[in-house]
Ligand binder design. Structure first.
Ligand code: DP6
Length: 360
């Protein structure tokens, strides 16, 4: 089994003075949710997600050798302008990954990042953001060790991204990604995400995700705090067991194409995630009245039309509407006619399954 040690380089065969890279990395939407973690960003249960296509972070990284002074040195730009409030997060990320990228203190970095989705849309940018930074850093390591294999590159990029933000490890490679030890998933690991290896039914080809932006405000409780509240949570152990079972089930469903069963697992996972928040101590609610309105409208529409559309939720009020490509027009009609009124400033984002990080 691959361990942390496998990601510590034993040395570099080449050196480089300066350079720059640019990568895009997408967001992802979990079907079976990661909620709760142990030390060092180890998930309390395995998860699986669809990689998105449109919601991306684009990050360029330039680097130049500096006098070694024992410190990390970097400038952070968001859409070309200095963004100092993001710096502590990057500083912490560098501290966590330094053992695995021992060259970090030898360079000054300029990180310039932008998102394709609207500002403060409430869409988590940590997954795409950390994944985009991780692949850039791996591009530098590849210059230092050019014989590195593509598999190692991707695995280590996912490993590093995880140390930035757990769900980011599912944003590096593949259209469906599993993360976390799972008995029935060969090669699965708590340390990095792996591509789903089964044959995926055509029902899931170009699967659609329309994200309804219900509330763009700052969340009252961050994911970090939320994960932490799973320690000593009265239902935690049962929940973690359930995630293992749901992952087994969804793997079978992805192969069989059974959309009715898919809907059951996906919606149950979303509501269970929020049920964990409702039953944490202190307890909290991230859904908004419009979140519930949308859910009820989706259920009504599904009952009346038999169209296999369902919802899932992140740790927030926004609703992801998931559906097969062949019912796209009808679902978009529902969204335009009935649901857009529940979105903040009528905003929603049309996305679909995508394929991971890309070098630009
Ligand atoms: C509800 O990955 O944002 O979206 O590891 O603390 O950065 P950190 O948490 P994060 O948690 C995401 C939780 C989730 C479910 C999921 O994506 O699996």
């Amino acid at each position: 089994m691959i361990s942390e040690k496998d990601f510590i380089p034993s040395g570099y065969t080449h050196s480089i003075e300066k350079g720059d890279f640019k990568w895009s990395a997408p967001s992802n939407i979990a079907l079976v949710k990661y909620w709760g973690k142990k030390d060092n960003q180890i998930p309390a249960n395995p998860s699986i997600s669809f990689t998105l296509n449109q919601c991306k972070t684009i990050t360029s990284l330039s680097f130049e050798k500096k006098n070694p002074d024992g410190n990390f040195s970097f400038d952070l730009l968001f859409e070309g302008k200095p963004k100092d409030d993001f710096k502590p997060k990057i500083q912490k990320f560098f501290e966590r990954i330094e053992t695995y990228l021992p060259f970090l203190k030898e360079y000054h970095f300029t990180i310039n990042t932008e998102n394709t989705f609207p500002h403060s849309s409430g869409i988590a940018s940590s997954a795409s953001g950390m994944a985009a930074l991780a692949v850039n850093l791996m591009s530098i390591e590849k210059e230092l060790n050019p014989e590195m294999t593509e598999d190692y590159f991707n695995q280590k990029a996912s490993f590093l991204a995880r140390l930035g933000s757990g769900s980011a490890c599912r944003s590096v490679k593949g259209n469906i990604v599993t993360w976390g030890n799972h008995k029935e998933t060969e090669g699965s690991s708590d340390l990095f995400g792996i591509e789903f290896s089964g044959s995926v039914h055509t029902n899931f080809k170009n699967y659609q995700d329309t994200i309804l932006l219900v509330d763009k405000g700052e969340k009252q409780v961050s994911s970090t705090v939320g994960h932490d509240l799973m320690h000593n949570h009265p239902y935690a152990e049962k929940r973690f067991e359930q995630a293992h079972v749901n992952l087994s089930k969804i793997k079978t469903i992805l192969e069989s194409g059974d959309l009715q069963e898919f809907i059951k697992i996906v919606e149950s996972e979303a509501l269970t995630l929020h049920a964990m928040m409702l039953t944490s101590m202190p307890y909290y609610i991230l859904m908004k009245p419009n979140t519930l309105e949308i859910i009820n409208r989706i259920w009504k529409f599904r009952n009346e039309t038999n169209i296999p559309v369902c919802f899932t939720l992140d740790a927030g009020a926004n609703v992801h509407i998931l559906y097969p490509e062949n019912v796209r027009d009808k679902v978009l009609e529902l969204i335009k006619n009935e649901l857009v009124g529940f979105c903040q400033n009528s905003q929603y984002i049309c996305d679909e399954i995508g394929f991971g990080a890309k070098k630009l």
